[in-house]
Design a protein around this ligand. Structure first.
Ligand SMILES: C[S@@+](CC[C@H](N)C(=O)[O-])C[C@H]1O[C@@H](n2cnc3c(N)ncnc32)[C@H](O)[C@@H]1O
Length: 267
């Protein structure tokens, strides 16, 4: 076990606390784009890595594909399984690690990961696993927040205020750059698009209060920093970040968070 593996325990905790299902509803558009670019449909075998509550997996299942969703966090896999049951969709959901996929080589035609594999600490190992299980001629599609976009800057502010990560840590938002994705999938053709996810609320203050309740990274930052009296200053910085990005002029909030969608054609 490497020192970076501790990040996986933190990830599991971070996405268990709060109410991730409510966040997943807000970012479903990215899963629609990912499944579309992956070319999922009837007759295709699709794997959604770090599926969370199953957004991309369920969209792919609705297209007629044969779908497996995998995630590190048991609570989210339970929710994904329940969502599939309620929608009458066939999809298999399993708990697992993007860095050690429990599938044979070339098992899938399409592999998607929406704001998911970016959080695996051994980036190259995870990328190699995605490529290993995708058949030659198949397609991998990843979505990741860009470092300079709103969510990239939000993660940057939280990271700068939290205790330092273990040695060798690479920021997840590197997956939001064409350079890093091309490096991780060297030898495959990579094409990218820069897209946006909109977030809306009644006000910036309402958004901040909501994030403190439901968004794992914010809930965890508050949990860690409040005891040392350091939460209030980070909260102010985050409030200023959203206020600066706000496009609404009527007191409500409309912000857009940039992400990189990368389509990797496996040779
Ligand atoms: C922001 S959520 C995205 C979930 C989902 N793809 C969506 O679009 O809503 C990040 C997800 O990555 C999962 N995750 C983090 N590290 C992982 C790993 N090493 N292997 C599998 N899943 C992981 C978390 O459990 C969480 O569900």
């Amino acid at each position: 076990m490497s020192g970076l593996d501790v990040i996986k325990d933190r990830q599991r905790h971070m996405w268990t606390i709060g109410d991730y299902a409510a966040i997943a509803e807000m970012i479903e558009g990215a899963s629609e784009a990912a499944v579309d670019r992956a070319g999922a449909g009837a007759g295709k075998r699709v794997l959604d890595v770090a599926t969370g509550t199953g957004n991309a997996a369920l969209i792919a299942a609705r297209s007629g594909a044969s779908v497996t969703g995998l995630d590190l966090t048991p609570k989210l896999i339970e929710i994904a399984t329940e969502r599939a049951r309620e929608a009458g969709l066939e999809a298999e959901f399993i708990v697992g690690d993007a860095e050690n996929l429990p599938f044979d080589d070339d098992s899938f035609d399409c592999v998607t990961s929406v704001f998911g594999v970016m959080f695996a600490p051994h980036q190259q190992r995870a990328a190699d696993e995605l490529r290993r299980v995708c058949r030659p001629g198949g397609r991998i599609v990843t979505c990741a927040w860009t470092p300079t976009g709103l969510n990239g800057r939000m993660f940057g502010l939280i990271g700068a205020n939290m205790p330092p990560p273990p040695e060798g840590f690479q920021p997840p938002v590197l997956w939001g750059t064409e350079e890093r994705v091309s490096e991780l999938f060297a030898g495959s053709e990579v094409s990218v698009e820069t897209l946006m996810v909109p977030f809306e609320d009644d006000s910036i203050e309402e958004w901040m209060a909501r994030n403190e309740r439901i968004l794992g990274p914010t809930v965890m930052a508050k949990e860690v920093l409040e005891a040392d009296g350091k939460w209030d200053s980070l909260r102010e910085e985050l409030t200023a970040l959203y206020a600066g990005a706000n496009e609404a002029t009527d007191g409500t909030m409309h912000v857009e968070a940039e992400y990189l969608l990368a389509a990797i054609d496996v040779a």
